[in-house]
Design a protein around this ligand. Structure first.
Ligand code: T4K
Length: 402
């Protein structure tokens, strides 16, 4: 059902524009038959995990794709971050953005390393290097840059700061497979980078992650740490955990890689369709990939200026939810406002004005294979209809809440 008038909006009792929910983060699926063939093969071989042939092939594929020497595949992105942070010797304090998924900070805190929250730039939503400098103390051992939304963060400036102060620099590239910085694939920057292959990511292994690096000694250590520290049968030479990727996950990843261009092309087409719908709407701005960089457009990120638009981000999200468009308020309310950070660091917000503003004003819209131009045009019509009548919409939402 296409929304054409105020009264046809679902908040006023019209039928939802979509019969089924449209999610942010619907998994991308490659060729189902090839996946099933690989799963049959895994079942026939009775080799399910512990560095099997599919995991090794997946690691090779990631290495080629990112142009790096080493890839250590893991059971998820959070475990990859934890292993890497420990592997490079982070301790004491580490500087991270608060405007990220909570796992970036949890991976530090889990190991009793204090995340020191740094503000981001309003243009890119990634770490503001000038703010990073201000937060360095004698206890600082590292910096975690996040390529949020698949937008490369300010890699060169962060590298300069890390070199100057002798700090470990790693990147949380969970969103950034397929992105480039100055023509070089994300994956080869800093000491190492981490990808997430969670179901909601551009390429997924159901659950999964990987650490990529050019440092072979570090990779060797991480491989031991990923497998309880086993060097060979019965020989444990290191403190380790269980961070291994399973064969079925790797099969999913290999299958996804065969369609990766299709996934990113579709995201780009969707992004352009959203741009056509929303770019000229007063009070809305779409985050664009910086000039000269390549993004994967896996997240469609819209900032809502309520003064200009007439409705707040939260009001617009409610309108969309009633239409079965499940826009997300990533990354609300900012990690520093979540436990345990809210209690441990109650003053952190004082130096995070941009983070607070973004977490109040940003929403992400559905994209990926589950969305097409027709769906986006319907979403555009909902947004424009609601924003053309902000007072009536607000009154109606107040009634829903009442
Ligand atoms: N660093 C960053 C910057 C990250 O964004 C993440 C993860 C990590 C580190 C850690 O990586 P992992 O350890 O997760 O590999 C989701 C994901 O669970 C999380 O992986 C992701 N970031 C984050 C941005 O999004 P939630 O709590 O929003 O997930 P959930 O369950 O609400 O799912 C999101 C949407 O996706 C839902 O609307 C429904 C849809 N969905 C989800 C799943 C799991 C599906 O349609 N099918 C599915 O199978 O965190």
């Amino acid at each position: 059902m296409t929304v054409t008038s105020l009264q046809s909006l679902a908040i006023f009792g019209g039928p939802p524009a979509f019969a089924e929910p449209l999610h942010v983060g619907r998994p991308n699926l490659g060729d189902r038959e090839r996946l099933m063939g690989r799963i049959e093969d895994i079942l026939d071989r009775l080799w399910f995990t512990n560095n099997g042939p599919y995991v090794q092939a997946f690691e090779r594929r990631v290495r080629e794709y990112c142009g790096v020497r080493e890839c250590v595949a893991t059971c998820n992105g959070t475990m990859a971050l934890e292993l890497l942070m420990r592997g490079v010797g982070m301790q004491g304090e580490v500087i991270v953005p608060s405007y990220t998924f909570v796992a970036t900070a949890h991976a530090l805190q889990w190991q009793e390393i204090r995340p020191v929250f740094c503000d981001v730039s309003p243009e890119t939503h990634t770490l503001d290097p000038s703010r990073v400098r201000e937060l360095i103390t004698p206890n600082t051992t590292g910096i975690v840059g996040v390529h949020l939304w698949g937008q490369p963060c300010e890699v060169d400036a962060l590298e300069a700061i890390a070199n100057e102060h002798d700090l470990q620099l790693i990147f949380d590239a969970s969103h950034a497979l397929g992105c480039t910085h100055q023509g070089r694939p994300i994956g080869g920057f800093g000491r190492a980078e981490v990808f997430s292959f969670h179901a909601t990511k551009v390429l997924n292994t159901f659950e999964g992650g990987a650490i990529v690096t050019d440092d072979s000694d570090l990779a060797e250590k991480l491989r031991l740490m990923r497998n309880f520290g086993f060097e060979s049968k019965d020989q444990v030479v290191y403190l380790g955990s269980n961070g291994k990727m399973s064969e079925i996950s790797a099969a999913m990843g290999l299958t996804g890689f065969e369609s990766i261009e299709e996934f990113t092309d579709r995201n780009l087409v969707n992004f352009e369709a959203y741009r056509e719908q929303l770019e000229s709407v007063e009070g809305l701005s779409l985050l664009k990939t910086p000039e000269g960089e390549r993004g994967n457009h896996h997240y469609v990120v819209v900032t809502v200026d309520s003064e200009e638009a007439g409705l707040t981000r939260d009001e617009l999200v409610h309108v969309l939810e009633k239409e079965n468009v499940l826009a997300r308020r990533y990354f609300h309310p900012g990690v520093h406002r979540m436990e345990p950070y809210r209690s441990d660091q109650p003053m952190a917000g004082l130096v995070l004005p941009v983070t607070d503003e973004l977490s109040r004003t940003v929403m992400t819209l559905p994209t990926g294979q589950a969305v097409d131009a027709e769906a986006i045009s319907r979403i555009g019509a909902i947004v424009k209809t609601a924003l053309a009548n902000p007072e009536s919409v607000r009154e109606c939402l107040a009634e829903w809440e009442g």
